[in-house]
Write a protein that binds this ligand. Structure first.
Ligand SMILES: CC(C)(COP(=O)(O)OP(=O)(O)OC[C@H]1O[C@@H](n2cnc3c(N)ncnc32)[C@H](O)[C@@H]1OP(=O)(O)O)[C@@H](O)C(=O)NCCC(=O)NCCS
Length: 421
């Protein structure tokens, strides 16, 4: 049995942050009904690569869901929403501030309609505070949650990270909150409002930077490769520094293309092994005993020289070869994997982290798989729904509407933007 079998979700989410969460819950077995405006989630048409097919932006975030189109700006559409609300365990949204309230559905009203329903809400900055009224996208959240000011190099502009910590990261946070609230609901009979702000989620993922922010009031950050001093205030951008107690860096390898790097952590325990490998090869047989690198403190002080030596050694090896050399020495390391590297990686395929799907409009396509592996109920990934594909199914089988009711509602504009609304 799937872990969330029997849990039904009214999923009003769009774009990336909310759909990340509902897709995960669908992969755990929840019945997710994607409740879309008649024109559909805007991402269906964004970054489209095949005419007439939903974009990968949409399909990769909406697998295993059913799609129903409802015009919430019509009275009949609101009626469908209320009826569905009564049949669901969770309702979730990530509209701009105040959208659901303007449609007439505050949390208080939703709670009154179905006291058992758990409501999940993602906002850029939450529902309280000076920023509450602002919309947000991924990079806005990365900017305001502390990620950008701490990513990049000291002398360059702040950088966003490729990992979608603002959108997908917030979706993960919401999933945890919803499951906790569902667990509580099962004991108390009462649903609650679960809110995650993207800015808060990014801050949470930058936790180690707040560790360093406070350390800076008492000490410099010896492990940073850029200068730091007590009282300097802001945590600086520090390139590819490891961010923890061990030294780390990205090392360029043969044939020196843009992704021919390997990240190497010079853990205290492995320095002697590493020095005994690269020292003799570089004509420095005494490297392991060199006082400049005798302990982690000395290696921190002389880390640029140490990285130069490791880079010189790496120049004769590809990133995969260097990994194969370092693994038996127990040196924590990882080649910088490009998207092509990952798409063709045996380990990734074996773990079902890049899965093949097919649908009649797009043909074959690939999705990133389910990263949470449940031993008793592994995810079975199914294609994303076409727009409104399950209108009849949901209206008749979930809500029990008969054909004449569906027709009357359709005529009244419940499922499309009609002349009457
Ligand atoms: C992402 C975001 C910036 C997009 O902004 P947007 O395209 O202007 O969309 P909004 O959510 O503000 O508004 C949606 C509109 O569609 C309407 N709508 C949504 N579902 C509808 C339905 N089923 N039927 C009819 N109308 C519907 C809403 O009523 C609203 O209209 P209004 O502006 O007249 O009130 C915004 O939704 C947002 O800030 N969300 C919260 C943060 C977030 O999740 N961001 C990350 C996205 S990956």
């Amino acid at each position: 049995m799937e872990a969330l079998k029997g849990v039904r979700i009214l999923d009003m989410t769009h774009v990336q942050a909310g759909p990340t969460c509902s897709q995960l819950l669908a992969w755990m077995g929840a019945d997710v009904i994607k409740f879309e405006p008649p024109q559909g989630d805007a991402t269906r048409g964004q970054l489209r690569d095949i005419p007439g097919a939903d974009s990968l932006y949409f399909t990769m975030l909406n697998c295993n869901k059913r799609s129903i189109t409802v015009n919430m700006k019509s009275p009949q559409g609101k009626e469908v929403f209320v009826d569905l609300l009564k049949e669901c365990d969770i309702v979730m949204e990530n509209f701009g501030p105040g959208v659901l309230d303007r449609l007439g559905f505050t949390w208080e009203k939703i709670h009154a309609i179905n006291p058992r329903v758990v409501m999940g809400s993602i906002k850029g900055f939450g529902s309280t505070g000076p920023y509450a009224e602002f919309k947000a996208y991924e990079n806005v959240a990365q900017a305001m949650g502390g990620a950008m000011s701490t990513t990049g190099t000291l002398d360059g502009t702040p950088f966003v990270t490729g990992a979608q910590i603002g959108d997908s990261g917030t979706g993960l946070h919401l999933a945890i909150g919803l499951l906790a609230a569902l667990h509580q609901r099962d004991r108390t009979g009462k649903g609650q409002y679960v809110e995650v702000a993207m800015m808060d989620g990014v801050m949470n993922l930058c936790r180690v930077k707040w560790r360093d922010h406070q350390r800076l009031t008492r000490q410099s950050l010896a492990e940073y490769s850029v200068p730091t001093k007590v009282g300097m205030g802001d945590v600086p951008r520090a390139g590819n520094d490891s961010g923890g107690g061990q030294l780390g860096n990205a090392i360029h390898c043969k044939p020196h293309g843009p992704n021919d790097y390997i990240y190497v952590v010079v853990q205290e325990a492995v320095w002697a092994n590493l020095a005994n490998l690269i020292g003799p090869a570089l004509g420095l047989p005494e490297l392991a005993g060199d006082p400049k690198f005798a302990n982690i403190g000395e290696r921190r002080n002389n880390q640029q020289e140490m990285w130069a030596l490791i880079t010189k050694f790496a120049a004769n090896h590809t990133k995969r070869e260097f990994m194969a050399i370092l693994n038996p020495l127990d040196v924590p390391c990882g080649p910088i994997m490009s998207t092509s590297d990952l798409a063709n990686d045996e380990h990734i395929r074996g773990r079902e982290m890049y899965v093949e799907l097919e649908d009649e409009k797009r043909g074959k396509w690939w999705n990133v798989g389910m990263p949470i592996k449940l031993s008793a109920s592994p995810a079975k990934i199914k294609r994303a729904p076409f727009l409104g594909e399950h209108n009849d199914d949901v209206l008749k089988n979930v809500l029990g509407y008969n054909e004449s009711k569906v027709s009357a509602m359709r005529e009244a504009g419940a499922f499309e933007v009609s002349r009457k609304t």
